[in-house]
Design a protein around this ligand. Structure first.
Ligand SMILES: [Zn+2]
Length: 362
């Protein structure tokens, strides 16, 4: 009886079809499962006469191994086939691949990174700050008089809270400098706000460069925008002079535009520096000969700079008798326009692919 069952099961196991997942599953349940037919036979082993038990046991074990081996082999074969199966059998695998179109880097990113690399090589580390600022960091700490026209609603975007009033100064150390009256928040009009934050919080000497987005309430045209980017820098230590400032600017301009570019400092006025200067360089279009871009002067302006006003140092609790420093600011758009000879500021934000594709691919 037992011998017949074993023979029948052996025949079934050797001939079972194992061509698809359903058949594989059925085989596993019937022959390998805990409640399968092979398990049944193992249960019946106790009914076998004692003298035959050993031989029958060996037969059953051999059969179990055979079933397991068949199952493993069929399963591996099924998996290999699944891996190689074409998703679409009609697809022509000899076709050349469709190239993956990589993007290009935005010209403002290219120029920003290049500027930061150049200043990084002489020890200026990047500092960043919030785009929504308070009056202290944007104006008061930077020595803007109460009635300075830059504070006018025409130039500055003020931020209102959701309840309709001006946002309270909640976050930062400006409270320590100001009265407890809530002060209006605004979109920063320059990255000098980060200079104030760095001077207030970092140990001396300070050598920082601050890139960022700034906002002015201006009509958008080829030459003006309500949003643009600056890179500013500040250096504060004992005995810093205007000569140090000039050397830093010379170094930067020649690294960025080449050694044949001339630089001149034109006296100017900013509330936060004294003395102050505008930085002009040789017009890159006409090489100084005169063209309509430089209004036939041979010079173009790239930014402003100066020695940090002692009042600004005092506002940041730095002793102006002991320390001095210089600062500068440049527009990234301005430099990109000169470098790539771009004539319309609006191109930077319009995302016209014909414009963007002209710059270095990633
Ligand atoms: Zn020119």
């Amino acid at each position: 009886m037992m011998q017949e069952s074993i023979a029948a099961l052996t025949a079934e196991i050797t001939t079972a079809e194992l061509n698809n997942p359903a058949e594989l599953d059925a085989f596993r349940i019937s022959y390998l499962g805990r409640k399968g037919r092979l398990a049944d036979l193992f249960d019946q082993l106790k009914t076998v006469p004692a003298e035959d038990k050993r031989a029958v046991g060996q037969q059953l074990n051999a059969l179990k191994q055979q079933a397991q081996a068949r199952f493993d082999e069929a399963q591996q074969a099924a998996e290999a086939t699944a891996d190689n199966a074409p998703a679409n059998p009609d697809f022509d695998y000899t076709l050349p691949p469709v190239p993956n179109a990589l993007g290009t880097r935005h010209p403002l990113s290219l120029v920003r990174e290049e500027m930061l690399r150049i200043f990084g090589r002489i020890g200026f580390a990047v500092a960043e700050g919030p785009e929504i600022e308070d009056d202290w960091h944007n104006f008061t700490a930077l020595n803007f008089p109460e009635n300075h026209p830059a504070r006018d609603m025409q130039d500055t975007f003020f931020v209102e809270s959701r309840t309709g009033g001006m946002v309270d100064s909640a976050d930062d150390n400006s409270q320590t400098h100001q009265s407890t009256n809530p002060q209006p928040h605004l979109l920063r009009t320059h990255t000098s706000t980060v200079q104030v934050r760095v001077m207030e919080t970092e140990p001396l000497p300070i050598r920082r460069v601050m890139p960022g987005r700034v906002f002015r309430n201006e009509a958008i045209s080829a030459r003006a925008h309500m949003m643009f980017h600056q890179v500013e820098g500040i250096f504060i230590d004992e005995g810093v002079s205007f000569a140090d400032l000039k050397q830093t600017v010379y170094y930067f301009v020649q690294e960025l535009f080449g050694a044949d570019i001339n630089i001149r400092f034109r006296p100017s006025f900013f509330p936060f520096t004294e003395p102050s200067a505008e930085i002009d360089i040789t017009c890159l279009i006409c090489k100084g000969a005169g063209c309509n871009i430089c209004k036939y002067s041979g010079w173009v302006e790239i930014g402003g700079c100066g020695m940090v006003d002692p009042a600004v140092l005092e506002n940041a609790k730095i002793d102006p008798e002991k320390y001095s420093g210089y600062a500068w600011g440049m527009g990234i758009e301005r430099i990109a326009m000169l470098k790539y000879q771009i004539k319309d500021l609006r191109l930077f934000t319009e995302n016209d692919m014909r414009f963007l594709r002209q710059f270095e691919a990633l």
